[in-house]
Write a protein that binds this ligand. Structure first.
Ligand code: XBP
Ligand code: MG
Length: 258
């Protein structure tokens, strides 16, 4: 019952480093298209990442840096329109091959499929961002490898709320204890833990100082045969890359503590 049956992946920062050179660029292009002088540099974007979801992030920016924008009667529609333009720019960037998968991601997904593990996605980003990334970076039919893709506005509350993970678990008809989640940020980790999921963290440049208490382990990345991961926290059982065997071991130890 509580053996590992499924892997649930976050997307942004976990499958690929999409934020600084993907989403951020797309937001700036959308602002320029709309004639706005908003310009999100890499450092400011790091602060804005405190809020998940593109529309929510723009609103957060406005509250701090452009409050007059929110006074407009049609502010919500304008944010929605900006977001649609941003999504179009982002998908184009992804399709150009600008956002490769992080180390070990393609390898682990292939191994998990071969081992018969079920796969799913739980992310705050927009659905077409996910499918375009999977298609461009894994295989033309890769979206179909994931039994459930929970993304964007399918739940009203985005991470750190548990809703997106709970939504995915319900669709998969699985208890959290039969799954393992992959995350890269404190908001993502809070979300997966609140849904009851044992969670492995691979940190990235924007999340190095996040508090990952409660994670099964914190690693630099998933590792490749010629590029071992750096273990930051937690037991890695003598491994230098994440494989199905390590996931089962980590999962078993998490479940036995419950
Ligand atoms: C990812 C996000 C996303 C993207 C933007 O968080 O916060 O909002 O930055 O995507 P997580 P959209 O990895 O924790 O899911 O603009 O499509 O909302
Ligand atoms: Mg993430």
């Amino acid at each position: 019952m509580n053996t590992l049956q499924a892997l649930i992946f976050d997307v942004d920062g976990t499958l690929a480093d999409t934020e600084r050179d993907g989403h951020r660029i797309a937001f700036n292009l959308a602002f320029a298209d709309a004639g706005l002088d908003w310009r999100w540099d890499a450092a400011l974007y790091g602060e804005l990442l405190a809020v998940t979801g593109g529309k929510e992030r723009m609103r957060f920016y406005c509250e701090r840096h452009a409050p007059a924008f929110l006074q407009q009667a049609d502010a919500a529609e304008r944010i929605k329109a900006l977001h649609a333009t941003k999504t179009a720019h982002y998908v184009k960037l992804v399709e150009s091959g600008a956002l490769p998968l992080r180390p070990g991601v393609a390898r682990l997904i292939a191994a998990a499929r071969a081992a018969g593990l079920r796969l799913a996605i739980a992310t705050t980003t927009t659905p077409e961002n996910v499918t375009s990334l999977l298609k461009a970076s894994l295989a033309p039919d890769a979206a179909a490898w994931f039994e459930v893709i929970g993304a964007g506005d399918v739940v009203p509350l985005k991470k750190p709320a548990p809703d997106i993970y709970s939504w995915v678990l319900e669709k998969m008809q699985l208890p959290a204890s039969a799954c393992l989640a992959f995350e890269d940020s404190v908001n993502g980790l809070k979300s997966s833990l609140a849904a009851g999921l044992p969670t492995l963290v691979t940190e990235n440049e924007y999340t190095l100082d996040h508090d990952f208490s409660g994670a099964l382990a914190v690693l630099s990345d998933l590792g490749e045969p010629d590029r071992p991961f750096q273990g930051r926290r937690g037991a890695v059982h003598g491994k230098s890359m994440v494989d199905v065997d390590l996931l089962k071991t980590l999962h078993r130890s998490a479940i036995s503590k419950c």
